[in-house]
Write a protein that binds this ligand. Structure first.
Ligand code: GBH
Length: 477
């Protein structure tokens, strides 16, 4: 029996938000234009084909509108607003104009802007001056930037995220070859949490009463299933959660790091002073979750002789993509090697969030899969037939709706990504988009089959109506 999942817009609350996500560094493609300063990641994107959203943002908004989306999650490029990262050096009016135009275009098309302040593109000067997030100096500079954004855009933006995937950013920036102390990721994470919490405090003290928005942080999580249902592997799976998500979310909820991290990382893990704990605890209105995939967790033995030197080793686990019988954890994505389809595990993530963290308000801020893209080939129909993506979406939406019925407090879902773009690690070879970008035809955005699927799925507009249609799985032989 091959199961065919049935899922409809009406399986979600009427006010549920559906949208698509992107980030500045992966889409704008104009690092040197419009007065933008350099970011630490520009060298990676240099020379890779972009998608020109800096000039084609109106077409991006049309894509959202044509697929009946409610919201667009994009990021503001920090160095486009503050070219050196420091407010005292002046802000870039052209950058502010660009984001005002984008936000206005969204709003006039009935699309909710959902804005990330920091998605990997830290101004380079902050890294060269004082080591970026390795220094507590970053807290004031990030706060100046966030404050300027709230002041400038906050009457129009009601959803703010301080930071996208601190873990991914820290891994890419402060963990190299097992790292040595000057690149200490635990210190970077600590300063990142303080930067986040300080910006949230600024929002709450100075803007909330007039602007009435929500602010949170966006974190990535892979679900870990114990390889074998033994106490050791169950512990390893819990450690995987703690090191990946708990590292950031536990402090937001409890004011402290997970117990597992404290007992393993010990003196290398900074401590929250009581003032810091008070600042960080409760510094979120919602939790943004980027969910893509799952792993089996296999415990690695602890030994009292271990010299722990790296974040990877500190976890004492192997993260595996197949079980003891060699069976993959899920269908493998075509475009990237790390992604396996594990939709049911999204439900597990959401129920664990509900139980462990007092049922926080959640937005799924990214979820999606990658096709292989080769833009040197002319666009053919086959490229647009992304049936695997539709299968991926339907599966995840099915288990999302189920989790909501089981009490998970999720209010929105945004697919990664609105269109193919420059993918970290794999460049322009992996397309996560529901739109293809035709590089031989002036970067025209072309809907893939999944965009048509979304358009149909979202034909019923977002309403305040609650539906009680039961979810069904029908089996066709
Ligand atoms: C997100 O990162 C980013 O926010 C976005 O910019 C990016 O384009 C998108 O997802 C797609 O990659 O082998 O289980 O340890 C996701 C980054 C990439 C982090 C894979 C974890 C290894 C997974 N993730 N990575 S695992």
């Amino acid at each position: 029996c091959s199961s065919e999942i049935s899922i409809a817009r009406s399986d979600f609350p009427g006010s549920f938000m559906f949208g698509a996500s992107s980030s500045a560094i992966q889409t704008e493609s104009t690092p040197t234009e419009g007065g933008r300063g350099p970011s630490i990641n520009d060298h990676y994107y240099e020379g890779l084909p972009g998608v020109e959203s800096y000039t084609k943002y109106k077409e991006d908004v049309s894509c959202l509108k044509n697929t009946n989306m409610d919201a667009y999650r994009f990021s503001i490029a920090w160095p486009r607003i503050l070219p050196t990262g420091k407010l005292s050096d002046g802000f870039n009016q052209e950058g502010i104009d660009f984001y005002n135009n984008l936000i206005d275009e969204l709003i006039s098309n009935g699309i909710e802007p959902f804005v990330t302040l920091f998605h990997f593109d830290m101004p380079e000067a902050l890294q060269t001056d004082y080591g970026g997030f390795l220094s507590p100096n970053i807290v004031a500079d990030f706060n100046d930037y966030a404050d300027l954004c709230f002041k400038t855009f906050g009457h129009k933006v009601k959803y703010w995220a301080t930071c996208n995937e601190p873990l991914t950013f820290i891994q890419k920036t402060y963990m190299v070859d097992g790292f040595d102390l000057p690149r200490d990721p635990y210190k970077a994470a600590h300063n990142l949490l303080l930067s986040h919490a300080t910006a949230v405090k600024t929002y709450r003290n100075n803007y909330l009463s007039t602007q009435n928005g929500k602010i949170g942080m966006i974190m990535d999580i892979s679900w870990y299933s114990p390889l074998n249902v033994t106490p050791k592997d169950v512990d390893a799976a819990n450690r995987g959660w703690d090191f990946m998500l708990g590292w950031f979310l536990d402090p937001l909820v409890t004011g402290d790091y997970p117990i597992s991290m404290k007992s393993i990382v010990r003196e290398r893990l900074p401590e929250f002073s009581s003032a810091q704990a008070e600042l960080v605890k409760g510094s979120y209105d919602y939790v943004g979750i980027n969910y893509y995939t799952a792993r089996y967790a296999q415990a690695l033995p602890f030994s009292s002789n271990d010299v722990a030197i790296s974040y990877d080793k500190d976890q004492y686990l192997n993260a595996l993509t197949s079980n003891a019988n060699g069976i993959d954890i899920g269908e493998k994505a075509e475009g990237v090697d790390w992604l396996y389809f594990c939709p049911e595990e999204l439900g597990a993530v959401l129920m664990k969030l509900k139980h462990k963290y007092n049922n926080p308000l959640i937005y799924i801020t990214e979820n999606g899969t990658a096709d292989k893209v080769d833009i040197s080939k002319p666009l053919d129909q086959e490229t647009l037939q992304d049936d695997a993506r539709i299968r991926y979406m339907k599966g995840h939406l099915y288990y999302l709706a189920k989790a909501i019925r089981d009490g998970a407090n999720v209010h929105g879902y945004m697919v990664w990504s609105l269109m193919d773009n420059v993918e970290m690690d794999s460049g322009y070879t992996a397309g996560f988009g529901v739109h293809y970008v035709d590089h031989s035809n002036d970067f025209k955005r072309v809907p893939k089959k999944s965009a048509e699927w979304f358009k149909d799925f979202l034909t019923i507009p977002s309403l305040r109506r609650r539906s009680v249609r039961p979810l069904t799985i029908t089996c066709s032989s």
